[in-house]
Design a protein around this ligand. Structure first.
Ligand SMILES: Cc1cc2nc3c(=O)[nH]c(=O)nc-3n(C[C@H](O)[C@H](O)[C@H](O)COP(=O)(O)OP(=O)(O)OC[C@H]3O[C@@H](n4cnc5c(N)ncnc54)[C@H](O)[C@@H]3O)c2cc1C
Length: 474
């Protein structure tokens, strides 16, 4: 249970200028920013290996005005990126945060690639729903595990200290709201208290906490959670105890395409490039191009809570670019058939309905759900994957300023508490349909860097703190 206790009289075994809770994309970028400023920083990570939801992701980070876009001849700008985010969430995200994050997205990608050696390529062969131009930047493998590995290596090179098996349970706070330190619990039952000049919460959201999901996102209460289970909503619990405000608690990233029972994320590129989803009756039920997040709820609403992704050999080739998709093929999730009749038999859906659904991709038929079929129609051989809807990560969290400072209900920043990534309220408004692809890692890396810079600056300007070992442990 996350708790907040008075700092008065608390003994700390060590004290560092900046402590960071969580070593996913947000914590690691915040650590890099601190080290760039010459400030000592310690990352506290509850797991033995730092993986987080970042490792489960596809590693796609949206950003505008990057060198990668310029090289590919893609014209983009802060205003266009903001417009895409605001359109998707119907202007429900805090305008100043959207602007600050979009403005810093390009510089952050440049900083990660050029100064910290993290190779990120522009994904230029398809567009994710809602993005006007190609602006996703990802490792060549399009695997979040590779992004996380590269960030961990960069963090180690920078001289940041990573403590694993260090579960932060308690914040020690002085009367005026200054965080003086934290308690960590070790798997063997031991623990210690570590002091800090500033604390950055990078411990993501509450997707791994069923009670909080039921409270804030009842529509997903019984759904599969496909993110990192260690993300228990502690940032929000500590924040509430400190009088911090929260934002957008009902928002989340869903996904309408998780292979079942194989539990593998199936890339939405299949849908964006011409694939369709049908239900157990072989019928389409939505405009797949609205977005994969809201599709989670639509799929769960179908008979049996499942749907089928239906596509063809051409899109199968595209899927092969994704490690997850290759893994789905290896594990037998992907059906293949020479014609619609055999495909329907394998899927155990009515053939006439499936054939009619596939015929809709020919373009001349009007889609009852408003999708415009402009890509080449599906053609034999066909493929299908049985999928369900899932919760990927929560987007609601602590209200933060454009510097990543955690804000109280009155809009005043707490003295030395920062948050980013899934720990902070995101850019997706209040609902599942407000999530624009990439909002998760965008907030993680850009807000992580901003929060790291702000926390480091405060430490440098105040007293040039260095690590002060007050007593050797034990
Ligand atoms: C399957 C999947 C695919 C996705 N694909 C994309 C994508 O392509 N693009 C995109 O933008 N987003 C994507 N997302 C969302 C994205 O992964 C997250 O938004 C992002 O990783 C959040 O980064 P983070 O650093 O905030 O959290 P995390 O990466 O989850 O890191 C948080 C860390 O904090 C640790 N922690 C938690 N509590 C404590 C504690 N009390 N003490 C110590 N440590 C603690 C956790 O163990 C974890 O390591 C995807 C998510 C999933 C699940």
């Amino acid at each position: 249970m996350a708790t907040v206790k008075p700092a008065a009289g608390q003994y700390f075994t060590a004290s560092v200028p900046v402590l960071i809770v969580g070593a996913g994309a947000c914590g690691l970028t915040a650590a890099l920013a601190c080290r760039d400023a010459g400030v000592e920083v310690v990352l506290l990570e509850r797991d033995s290996l730092a993986t987080g939801s970042t490792s489960l992701s596809s590693g796609m980070i949206p950003a505008c005005r990057t060198a990668q876009q310029a090289h590919a001849g893609v014209e983009d700008c802060v205003a266009l990126m903001m417009a895409d985010i605001n359109k998707k969430c119907a202007n429900q995200a805090p305008a100043e945060l959207v602007e600050a994050i979009c403005a810093q997205s390009g510089p952050t990608i440049g900083w990660l690639t050029e100064e910290h050696g993290i190779a990120l390529q522009l994904v230029n062969d398809f567009l994710y729903p809602g993005h006007s131009v190609a602006r996703m930047h990802a490792p060549a493998s399009r695997a979040g595990a590779d992004l996380q590995a590269a960030l961990l290596q960069a963090s180690e090179r920078s001289g940041a200290t990573l403590m694993t098996d260090a579960w932060v349970t308690t914040l020690f706070v002085a009367e005026e709201g200054t965080v003086k330190g934290v308690r960590i619990a070790r798997p063997d039952g031991t623990g210690e208290a570590i002091g800090c000049g500033a604390l950055i919460l990078a411990c993501n959201g509450f997707g791994g906490n069923p009670a909080m999901v039921a409270q804030y996102i009842p529509a997903m209460a019984g759904a599969e959670y496909f993110g990192h289970r260690g993300n228990q909503g502690e940032a929000v619990q500590w924040g509430h105890a400190l009088g911090a405000a929260t934002r957008c608690m009902g928002a989340y990233q869903g996904h309408g395409s998780v292979a079942t029972p194989h539990q593998i994320l199936v890339t939405w590129a299949l849908m964006m490039e011409g694939g369709i989803q049908v239900n157990a009756h072989g019928e389409r039920f939505s405009n797949e191009h609205d977005g994969y997040s809201e599709q989670a709820v639509r799929v769960l609403d179908q008979p049996g809570g499942i749907a089928w992704c239906v596509y063809d050999g051409r899109r199968h080739q595209l899927g092969g670019q994704f490690e997850d998709y290759r893994s789905a093929c290896e594990r037998g999730a992907v059906l293949q058939a020479a014609d619609t009749e055999r495909l329907a038999a394998q899927m155990a859906v009515p053939h006439a309905a499936l054939a009619a659904s596939i015929a809709m991709t020919q373009g001349e038929r009007r889609c009852p759900f408003g999708r415009s079929f402009t890509a080449p129609a599906l053609a034999a051989p066909y493929h299908a994957i049985k999928v369900t809807g899932a919760l990927l990560h929560t987007q609601g969290g602590l209200a933060v300023s454009t510097k990543g400072q955690v804000l109280t209900d009155t809009g005043k920043p707490l003295p030395n508490l920062y948050a980013g990534g899934g720990a902070a309220g995101g850019l997706s408004g209040e609902h599942v349909w407000g999530y624009l692809s990439g909002n998760g890692l965008l907030s993680a890396v850009v807000l992580g860097r901003i929060a790291g810079q702000a926390a480091a600056y405060k430490q440098c300007s105040e007293s040039q703190l260095h690590t002060v070992r007050m007593m050797q442990r034990g």
